[in-house]
Design a protein around this ligand. Structure first.
Ligand code: SF4
Length: 340
Protein backbone atom coordinates (compact mmCIF):
# COMPACT_ATOMS: atom_id res chain seq x y z
CA UNK A 1 0.00 0.00 0.00
CA UNK A 2 1.20 3.48 -0.81
CA UNK A 3 0.06 6.48 1.19
CA UNK A 4 -2.13 8.71 -0.96
CA UNK A 5 -1.09 12.22 -1.97
CA UNK A 6 -4.32 14.16 -1.59
CA UNK A 7 -6.43 13.74 1.52
CA UNK A 8 -7.35 15.44 4.76
CA UNK A 9 -8.33 14.00 8.13
CA UNK A 10 -11.87 14.52 9.41
CA UNK A 11 -13.39 13.76 12.82
CA UNK A 12 -13.68 10.19 14.13
CA UNK A 13 -10.92 8.85 11.86
CA UNK A 14 -12.83 9.72 8.71
CA UNK A 15 -10.94 11.08 5.72
CA UNK A 16 -11.73 13.29 2.77
CA UNK A 17 -9.97 12.19 -0.43
CA UNK A 18 -9.12 15.19 -2.62
CA UNK A 19 -7.79 13.36 -5.64
CA UNK A 20 -10.89 13.51 -7.80
CA UNK A 21 -13.87 15.81 -7.80
CA UNK A 22 -16.05 13.33 -5.92
CA UNK A 23 -14.03 14.32 -2.85
CA UNK A 24 -15.28 11.20 -1.05
CA UNK A 25 -15.64 11.14 2.70
CA UNK A 26 -14.26 7.72 3.64
CA UNK A 27 -14.99 5.91 6.90
CA UNK A 28 -12.35 3.79 8.63
CA UNK A 29 -11.69 0.47 6.83
CA UNK A 30 -13.71 1.61 3.80
CA UNK A 31 -12.78 2.63 0.29
CA UNK A 32 -14.11 5.58 -1.75
CA UNK A 33 -16.26 5.48 -4.89
CA UNK A 34 -13.34 4.22 -7.01
CA UNK A 35 -12.93 1.22 -4.71
CA UNK A 36 -9.12 1.37 -4.64
CA UNK A 37 -8.32 3.91 -1.89
CA UNK A 38 -8.55 2.69 1.68
CA UNK A 39 -8.91 4.57 4.95
CA UNK A 40 -6.71 2.62 7.35
CA UNK A 41 -6.52 4.09 10.85
CA UNK A 42 -7.10 7.62 9.62
CA UNK A 43 -4.60 7.47 6.75
CA UNK A 44 -5.50 7.07 3.09
CA UNK A 45 -3.73 4.48 0.96
CA UNK A 46 -3.69 3.59 -2.73
CA UNK A 47 -4.25 -0.18 -2.96
CA UNK A 48 -3.19 -0.40 -6.60
CA UNK A 49 0.25 1.24 -6.59
CA UNK A 50 2.34 -0.68 -9.15
CA UNK A 51 -0.31 -3.41 -9.57
CA UNK A 52 -0.79 -3.25 -13.32
CA UNK A 53 -3.71 -5.11 -14.85
CA UNK A 54 -2.85 -4.01 -18.39
CA UNK A 55 0.56 -3.38 -19.99
CA UNK A 56 0.64 -2.95 -23.77
CA UNK A 57 2.47 -1.22 -26.57
CA UNK A 58 -0.19 0.62 -28.58
CA UNK A 59 -0.22 2.99 -31.53
CA UNK A 60 -0.85 6.48 -30.17
CA UNK A 61 -3.82 6.67 -32.55
CA UNK A 62 -5.57 4.15 -30.30
CA UNK A 63 -5.77 6.60 -27.36
CA UNK A 64 -7.01 8.39 -29.58
CA UNK A 65 -4.46 11.17 -30.09
CA UNK A 66 -4.14 12.22 -33.74
CA UNK A 67 -2.07 15.38 -33.31
CA UNK A 68 0.57 14.25 -30.82
CA UNK A 69 3.52 12.41 -32.37
CA UNK A 70 1.34 10.68 -34.99
CA UNK A 71 2.47 7.21 -36.00
CA UNK A 72 4.43 6.69 -32.76
CA UNK A 73 4.09 4.00 -30.10
CA UNK A 74 2.71 4.56 -26.63
CA UNK A 75 3.50 2.32 -23.67
CA UNK A 76 0.06 1.88 -22.16
CA UNK A 77 -0.71 0.89 -18.58
CA UNK A 78 -3.64 0.60 -16.17
CA UNK A 79 -4.64 -0.71 -12.76
CA UNK A 80 -8.12 -1.84 -11.74
CA UNK A 81 -10.67 0.72 -10.54
CA UNK A 82 -12.50 3.80 -11.76
CA UNK A 83 -14.24 6.80 -10.22
CA UNK A 84 -17.07 6.64 -12.80
CA UNK A 85 -19.59 3.86 -13.26
CA UNK A 86 -20.65 4.19 -16.90
CA UNK A 87 -23.09 1.42 -17.86
CA UNK A 88 -21.52 1.31 -21.34
CA UNK A 89 -17.88 0.92 -20.24
CA UNK A 90 -15.83 -1.08 -22.77
CA UNK A 91 -13.32 -2.04 -20.05
CA UNK A 92 -15.81 -2.74 -17.27
CA UNK A 93 -14.14 -5.98 -16.11
CA UNK A 94 -11.13 -3.98 -14.94
CA UNK A 95 -12.62 -0.53 -14.37
CA UNK A 96 -15.50 -1.66 -12.17
CA UNK A 97 -13.47 -4.08 -10.08
CA UNK A 98 -13.95 -2.99 -6.46
CA UNK A 99 -11.65 -3.93 -3.61
CA UNK A 100 -13.83 -4.43 -0.59
CA UNK A 101 -12.84 -2.19 2.31
CA UNK A 102 -10.08 -3.60 4.46
CA UNK A 103 -10.49 -7.06 2.93
CA UNK A 104 -8.05 -6.23 0.17
CA UNK A 105 -5.45 -8.96 0.47
CA UNK A 106 -5.89 -9.73 -3.24
CA UNK A 107 -5.31 -6.89 -5.68
CA UNK A 108 -5.36 -8.14 -9.28
CA UNK A 109 -2.40 -7.26 -11.48
CA UNK A 110 1.34 -7.77 -11.86
CA UNK A 111 3.89 -5.83 -9.82
CA UNK A 112 5.90 -3.16 -11.62
CA UNK A 113 7.98 -0.23 -10.43
CA UNK A 114 7.98 3.19 -12.13
CA UNK A 115 11.61 2.57 -13.21
CA UNK A 116 10.61 -0.70 -14.88
CA UNK A 117 7.84 1.02 -16.83
CA UNK A 118 10.21 3.70 -18.09
CA UNK A 119 12.84 1.10 -19.05
CA UNK A 120 10.25 -0.98 -20.90
CA UNK A 121 9.03 2.11 -22.74
CA UNK A 122 12.56 2.86 -23.90
CA UNK A 123 13.12 -0.77 -24.86
CA UNK A 124 9.99 -0.75 -27.03
CA UNK A 125 10.82 2.60 -28.66
CA UNK A 126 7.80 4.30 -27.18
CA UNK A 127 7.75 8.06 -27.44
CA UNK A 128 5.09 8.26 -24.76
CA UNK A 129 3.62 6.49 -21.75
CA UNK A 130 -0.18 6.44 -21.71
CA UNK A 131 -2.08 6.07 -18.45
CA UNK A 132 -5.22 4.64 -19.93
CA UNK A 133 -7.91 1.88 -20.21
CA UNK A 134 -9.24 2.69 -16.72
CA UNK A 135 -9.17 6.16 -15.13
CA UNK A 136 -5.55 7.23 -14.49
CA UNK A 137 -6.58 9.59 -11.69
CA UNK A 138 -7.33 6.63 -9.44
CA UNK A 139 -3.77 5.29 -9.81
CA UNK A 140 -2.35 8.79 -9.60
CA UNK A 141 0.57 8.08 -7.25
CA UNK A 142 2.01 5.43 -9.58
CA UNK A 143 1.33 7.58 -12.64
CA UNK A 144 2.99 10.57 -11.00
CA UNK A 145 6.15 8.69 -9.96
CA UNK A 146 6.41 7.10 -13.41
CA UNK A 147 5.74 10.34 -15.30
CA UNK A 148 8.42 12.16 -13.34
CA UNK A 149 11.10 9.60 -14.24
CA UNK A 150 9.84 9.35 -17.83
CA UNK A 151 10.14 13.12 -18.28
CA UNK A 152 13.80 13.00 -17.27
CA UNK A 153 14.36 10.49 -20.13
CA UNK A 154 12.46 12.60 -22.67
CA UNK A 155 9.45 10.30 -22.73
CA UNK A 156 6.16 12.21 -22.83
CA UNK A 157 3.20 11.36 -20.63
CA UNK A 158 -0.44 11.06 -21.65
CA UNK A 159 -3.62 10.77 -19.61
CA UNK A 160 -6.65 9.21 -21.24
CA UNK A 161 -9.15 10.46 -18.75
CA UNK A 162 -12.70 11.31 -17.81
CA UNK A 163 -11.51 14.73 -16.66
CA UNK A 164 -12.67 14.43 -13.05
CA UNK A 165 -9.30 15.08 -11.40
CA UNK A 166 -9.20 17.91 -8.83
CA UNK A 167 -7.38 21.15 -9.72
CA UNK A 168 -4.75 20.51 -7.03
CA UNK A 169 -3.95 17.02 -8.35
CA UNK A 170 -3.74 18.32 -11.91
CA UNK A 171 -1.48 21.16 -10.84
CA UNK A 172 0.99 18.74 -9.22
CA UNK A 173 1.31 16.47 -12.25
CA UNK A 174 1.14 19.28 -14.80
CA UNK A 175 4.95 19.69 -15.18
CA UNK A 176 5.15 16.05 -16.37
CA UNK A 177 1.85 15.74 -18.23
CA UNK A 178 2.22 16.54 -21.92
CA UNK A 179 -1.07 15.48 -23.48
CA UNK A 180 -4.53 14.23 -22.63
CA UNK A 181 -7.49 12.77 -24.35
CA UNK A 182 -10.48 13.79 -22.28
CA UNK A 183 -13.93 12.25 -22.54
CA UNK A 184 -16.69 14.80 -22.81
CA UNK A 185 -19.50 12.31 -22.61
CA UNK A 186 -22.38 14.73 -22.98
CA UNK A 187 -23.21 18.39 -22.60
CA UNK A 188 -26.17 17.74 -20.34
CA UNK A 189 -26.01 17.77 -16.53
CA UNK A 190 -28.71 15.08 -16.33
CA UNK A 191 -26.65 12.69 -18.46
CA UNK A 192 -23.64 13.06 -16.17
CA UNK A 193 -25.81 12.68 -13.07
CA UNK A 194 -27.56 9.56 -14.36
CA UNK A 195 -24.80 7.57 -16.10
CA UNK A 196 -21.26 8.26 -14.82
CA UNK A 197 -22.82 9.71 -11.62
CA UNK A 198 -20.76 12.86 -11.73
CA UNK A 199 -21.06 16.57 -12.50
CA UNK A 200 -20.59 17.94 -16.00
CA UNK A 201 -19.13 21.22 -14.76
CA UNK A 202 -16.16 19.43 -13.16
CA UNK A 203 -15.16 17.95 -16.51
CA UNK A 204 -15.54 21.30 -18.30
CA UNK A 205 -13.38 22.98 -15.65
CA UNK A 206 -10.65 20.33 -16.00
CA UNK A 207 -10.60 20.79 -19.78
CA UNK A 208 -10.16 24.54 -19.44
CA UNK A 209 -7.45 24.11 -16.82
CA UNK A 210 -5.52 21.66 -18.99
CA UNK A 211 -5.55 24.13 -21.86
CA UNK A 212 -4.43 26.90 -19.52
CA UNK A 213 -1.47 24.74 -18.46
CA UNK A 214 -0.50 24.15 -22.09
CA UNK A 215 -1.23 20.41 -22.05
CA UNK A 216 -2.09 19.20 -25.56
CA UNK A 217 -5.78 18.26 -25.37
CA UNK A 218 -7.99 16.20 -27.64
CA UNK A 219 -11.64 15.60 -26.75
CA UNK A 220 -13.64 12.41 -27.28
CA UNK A 221 -17.42 11.98 -27.29
CA UNK A 222 -18.95 8.53 -27.59
CA UNK A 223 -22.13 9.07 -29.56
CA UNK A 224 -24.86 6.96 -27.95
CA UNK A 225 -28.10 6.65 -29.91
CA UNK A 226 -30.94 8.63 -28.25
CA UNK A 227 -28.86 9.59 -25.18
CA UNK A 228 -26.50 12.34 -26.36
CA UNK A 229 -26.91 12.59 -30.11
CA UNK A 230 -29.29 15.48 -30.83
CA UNK A 231 -28.01 18.18 -33.19
CA UNK A 232 -28.45 20.75 -30.39
CA UNK A 233 -26.27 18.84 -27.95
CA UNK A 234 -23.57 18.19 -30.54
CA UNK A 235 -23.59 21.87 -31.43
CA UNK A 236 -23.23 22.74 -27.74
CA UNK A 237 -20.20 20.48 -27.40
CA UNK A 238 -18.56 21.84 -30.56
CA UNK A 239 -19.20 25.41 -29.51
CA UNK A 240 -17.73 24.79 -26.03
CA UNK A 241 -14.60 23.27 -27.58
CA UNK A 242 -14.20 26.15 -30.00
CA UNK A 243 -14.89 28.99 -27.59
CA UNK A 244 -13.30 27.64 -24.41
CA UNK A 245 -10.52 25.33 -25.64
CA UNK A 246 -9.78 26.72 -29.10
CA UNK A 247 -10.59 25.82 -32.70
CA UNK A 248 -7.32 23.86 -32.93
CA UNK A 249 -8.57 21.28 -30.37
CA UNK A 250 -9.36 17.98 -32.14
CA UNK A 251 -12.75 16.44 -31.42
CA UNK A 252 -13.19 12.67 -31.81
CA UNK A 253 -16.75 11.43 -32.19
CA UNK A 254 -16.79 7.69 -31.61
CA UNK A 255 -19.17 4.95 -32.46
CA UNK A 256 -21.04 3.39 -29.53
CA UNK A 257 -21.24 -0.36 -29.45
CA UNK A 258 -23.70 -2.15 -27.11
CA UNK A 259 -21.84 -3.58 -24.13
CA UNK A 260 -21.89 -4.19 -20.36
CA UNK A 261 -25.20 -2.86 -18.97
CA UNK A 262 -26.14 -0.95 -22.12
CA UNK A 263 -26.94 -3.69 -24.57
CA UNK A 264 -30.46 -2.40 -25.22
CA UNK A 265 -29.32 0.34 -27.63
CA UNK A 266 -28.13 -0.17 -31.21
CA UNK A 267 -24.63 0.78 -32.42
CA UNK A 268 -24.21 4.31 -33.76
CA UNK A 269 -24.68 4.47 -37.53
CA UNK A 270 -21.87 5.74 -39.75
CA UNK A 271 -24.32 8.25 -41.13
CA UNK A 272 -24.94 9.74 -37.72
CA UNK A 273 -21.21 9.95 -37.03
CA UNK A 274 -20.57 11.78 -40.30
CA UNK A 275 -23.45 14.18 -39.61
CA UNK A 276 -22.04 14.90 -36.14
CA UNK A 277 -18.66 15.56 -37.74
CA UNK A 278 -20.27 18.08 -40.10
CA UNK A 279 -21.81 19.87 -37.12
CA UNK A 280 -18.37 20.18 -35.50
CA UNK A 281 -16.77 21.49 -38.69
CA UNK A 282 -19.63 23.92 -39.28
CA UNK A 283 -19.21 25.23 -35.75
CA UNK A 284 -15.64 26.17 -36.69
CA UNK A 285 -13.48 23.35 -35.35
CA UNK A 286 -10.43 22.60 -37.49
CA UNK A 287 -10.22 18.86 -36.87
CA UNK A 288 -13.22 16.65 -36.25
CA UNK A 289 -12.84 12.88 -36.43
CA UNK A 290 -15.09 9.87 -36.49
CA UNK A 291 -13.86 6.92 -34.43
CA UNK A 292 -14.38 3.14 -34.12
CA UNK A 293 -15.35 2.72 -37.79
CA UNK A 294 -12.23 1.90 -39.83
CA UNK A 295 -12.37 3.18 -43.39
CA UNK A 296 -14.72 6.08 -42.78
CA UNK A 297 -13.57 9.36 -44.35
CA UNK A 298 -13.78 11.05 -40.96
CA UNK A 299 -10.65 9.18 -39.80
CA UNK A 300 -8.42 11.32 -42.01
CA UNK A 301 -6.85 14.67 -41.29
CA UNK A 302 -7.53 17.46 -43.77
CA UNK A 303 -5.59 20.71 -43.81
CA UNK A 304 -7.78 23.32 -42.11
CA UNK A 305 -6.61 25.92 -44.64
CA UNK A 306 -6.40 24.33 -48.10
CA UNK A 307 -8.67 21.34 -47.20
CA UNK A 308 -6.36 18.79 -48.83
CA UNK A 309 -5.98 15.34 -47.27
CA UNK A 310 -2.74 15.36 -45.24
CA UNK A 311 -3.01 12.21 -43.08
CA UNK A 312 -4.83 9.15 -44.40
CA UNK A 313 -5.67 6.60 -41.73
CA UNK A 314 -7.22 3.18 -41.66
CA UNK A 315 -7.96 2.29 -38.06
CA UNK A 316 -4.70 2.90 -36.24
CA UNK A 317 -2.54 2.77 -39.37
CA UNK A 318 -1.27 5.77 -41.31
CA UNK A 319 -0.78 5.33 -45.07
CA UNK A 320 -0.34 8.93 -46.26
CA UNK A 321 1.48 11.68 -44.40
CA UNK A 322 1.76 15.11 -46.00
CA UNK A 323 3.03 17.22 -43.12
CA UNK A 324 6.62 18.48 -43.06
CA UNK A 325 8.13 20.27 -40.08
CA UNK A 326 4.64 20.74 -38.68
CA UNK A 327 3.33 22.36 -41.87
CA UNK A 328 0.94 21.28 -44.61
CA UNK A 329 3.02 20.14 -47.59
CA UNK A 330 0.49 21.68 -50.01
CA UNK A 331 -0.10 25.19 -48.67
CA UNK A 332 2.54 25.56 -45.95
CA UNK A 333 0.12 26.45 -43.13
CA UNK A 334 0.95 25.24 -39.59
CA UNK A 335 -0.94 22.11 -38.58
CA UNK A 336 -1.83 22.16 -34.89
CA UNK A 337 -0.32 19.60 -32.58
CA UNK A 338 2.97 18.38 -31.13
CA UNK A 339 5.61 16.28 -32.87
CA UNK A 340 4.00 16.56 -36.34
S1 SF4 B 1 -10.12 9.15 -6.15
FE1 SF4 B 1 -11.55 7.58 -5.40
S2 SF4 B 1 -11.64 7.87 -3.19
FE2 SF4 B 1 -10.70 9.70 -4.06
S3 SF4 B 1 -12.39 11.15 -4.31
FE3 SF4 B 1 -12.16 10.06 -6.26
S4 SF4 B 1 -13.54 8.30 -6.14
FE4 SF4 B 1 -13.31 9.09 -4.07
Amino acid sequence: MKEAFFYEPLDRNKIRCNLCRHRCVIYPDKTGVCGVRLNSKGKLYSLVYGKLIAVNVDPIEKKPLYHFFPGSLSFSIATVGCNFSCPNCQNYTISQYKLKGKDNSFVPGEDYSPDEIVSLSLKHNCKTIAYTYTEPTIFYEFAFDTAKIASSKDIKNIFVTNGYITPEALEKINPYLNAANVDLKSFRKEFYRKYPKAKLQGVLDTLKLMKKYGIWVEVTTLLIPTLNDTNEELKDIASFIKNELGEETPWHISRFYPTYEMTYLPPTSSDKLMKAREIGLKEGLRYVYTGNVPGLEGENTYCWNCKKLIIRRYGYTISTYKIKNGKCEYCGVKIDGVGL
